[in-house]
Design a protein around this ligand. Sequence first.
Ligand code: DGJ
Length: 734
Amino acid sequence: MGITVNNNLFTIHTKNTTYQMKADDKGFLLHTYYGKRTDDTDYSYLIDMKDRGFSGNVPQSNGDRTYSLDYIPQEFPVLGTGDYRVNCLQADLGSGVKDCLLVFDSYKVLKGKYALEGLPALFAKEDENVETLEIVLRDYYEEFYVRLLYGVFEETDVITRAVILENKTDKDINISRIMSTCLDINKSGMDMIHFYGRHAGEREMERTPLFHGITEIRSTRGASGHQQNPFVILAEKNTDEDMGECYGFSLLYSGGFNIQAEVDQTHQTRLVMGIDDSDFSWELKAGESFTTPEVCISYSDSGLAKLSHNYHNAFLNNLIRSTWKDRQRPVLINNWEATYFDFTYDKLIKIAEEASELGLDMLVLDDGWFGKRDSDYSGLGDWYVNEEKLGCSLKELAERVNDMGLMFGIWFEPEMISEDSDLYRSHPDWAMVVPGREPIRGRSQLVLDMTREDVLEYIKKRLFAIMDSANIQYIKWDMNRSLAAVYSAKLPGNRQGEVRHRYVLGLYSVLEALLERYPDLLLEGCSGGGGRFDAGMLYYSPQIWCSDNTDAIDRLKIQHGTSFAYPMSTVSAHVSVCPNHQNFRVTPFKTRGICAMQGTFGYELDLSKMTDEEKDMAKEQVRTFKQHYRLFQFGDYYRITSPVENREYTAWEYAAKDGKEACLSVVFTDQHGNPTPQLIKFKGLLPEKEYRVLRDNEEVGRYTGAALMNGGIILPVPKENYDSCQFYASVEQI
Ligand code: DGJ
């Protein structure tokens, strides 16, 4: 039993963790425990009640000055209760003042996992032991209800949370802040690990101590963004990959978000996470409800690797729905860095012919195939094939490609509109522009108003028409700017604060319709690389283009950061040409292959211009990737060294869940004269078994799992800048 309830004490157990709350005798829902699995003890005895001074007392305290929500750990703190810490809800219930006072109303335990209408959410697999706990709070004075939902995934050690607000009063309620989750932890001194970046440099891991005050990670861009990611970890000081306590928080949302961690006056830590509230308001009319995005939380007492495995397992098993999630993904060639906008039928066919020779599986036609689109100044919105440029219809092109034994995929950027487009000329009001003001442009384009039904209908109509016109098995769904001057002509001035969230709901509804109509479509998310790499998108797309930066060495940090929350089979990575187009670095072809194999693996260069030696290496890379495919997709991923901390080399490993095989890759990032020996240790093997170890397909010895994990193995000396090697250890082959 995952959930037990005893006298309003709610204890949730997963395989290795326990989470507990209590509705106390005054009606407040306290948070009493989250950590290593324990028993059903009522942990509210750990709350140290004292008159702290200047901390408000709610009416229910009946004059007891030691009872203040200002330091009592809570499940869902709100503004206006004398708790001055960061909160989850700011609601004006009609008085003009943003305060409400939530007390316990009722609860339900249900089999299976709740779903959220119009929003991504984890789901239970058939026969999986998943339960839902619903706790209802209500305002002490008004018929305003807050339903707290908990999804309990026992096996994967994750718990989901979401909130539904219900206005059962007869007046409108104005919501100006609604977070999806809060976690109060009765200690301080923890580090926050978060993932910051920029275009072409996403999700670099940063670890900083929390101080007394508020640490904030936020995106105000209307998308989750390149600059911050809606995933953070709180870790004890001594926590590393293999040991120590840590908590993970992932928001399943692709719009702007806000994460705040506050260390308070009594040295407790509170983390809240939800929709960005910097430009948010929501008019909740009488009888209406509002659902927040879901948060997926997890706890590990054995380090960051275990925390990542919890997320990887949960996202692979319970979030990604695509029929592709268990299927071998095609190794693709994308023409973007090969041709940019400058392609012809002949160029594409040449690339496809080479791809077929090398054993690749799919050609992806990137930007530039539609409307008037020879640069990024025009054409967006005109989703009609430019047959003149293509030299044939899309159907003919796809057929030709299919005849070579390749699948065919295509690029779209449906949320955008160019001012130089037929669509803009006929529907200027479909673009988000504040009336009477010049638009704020990004990449010279405007954003379509995704809150409008007519816009969504147009996008679906054109997408479906193109899809139906040819054998298209893959779509790369791009989004190449952040939102700014966000405005919808369909909403009154006082409701413009709803636009950003309604935009995300509109996007999700189109993605849902697309996948419903084409369930076998392989959808790859993209936003100028990894600008929308979040768990919300994974609900629709089983893989996401990780970064526009294809340099193998820069990718080490980007892919390392991405790996903390997201399974590596979702990380789209390609081999590209050298000098690299983004940073002009030259790296060995071999290393580029090894780095791309860290993710979904593919190519993005003019294959017809490769040397014979490169072609042979590419064939070998494709063969290796396909040979170890199951290991890469279903194995446990280990960060062996960190590119942020180790200047010498970066290493990572995939170990089969049964421990019988592993692939460990190493990329040297520095080299020296008179090199000193470098040892590397495997993880996740069976100590008592003997493994045959290959390095770059040559046997280097036979060792026990214990030896490989505790003694390790000596790395070769790098022979050139950014050299690399790949070890494969297997019990089976002996
Ligand atoms: C940004 C993407 O990340 C690139 O891979 C490419 O598809 C371009 N957009 C096309 O405009």
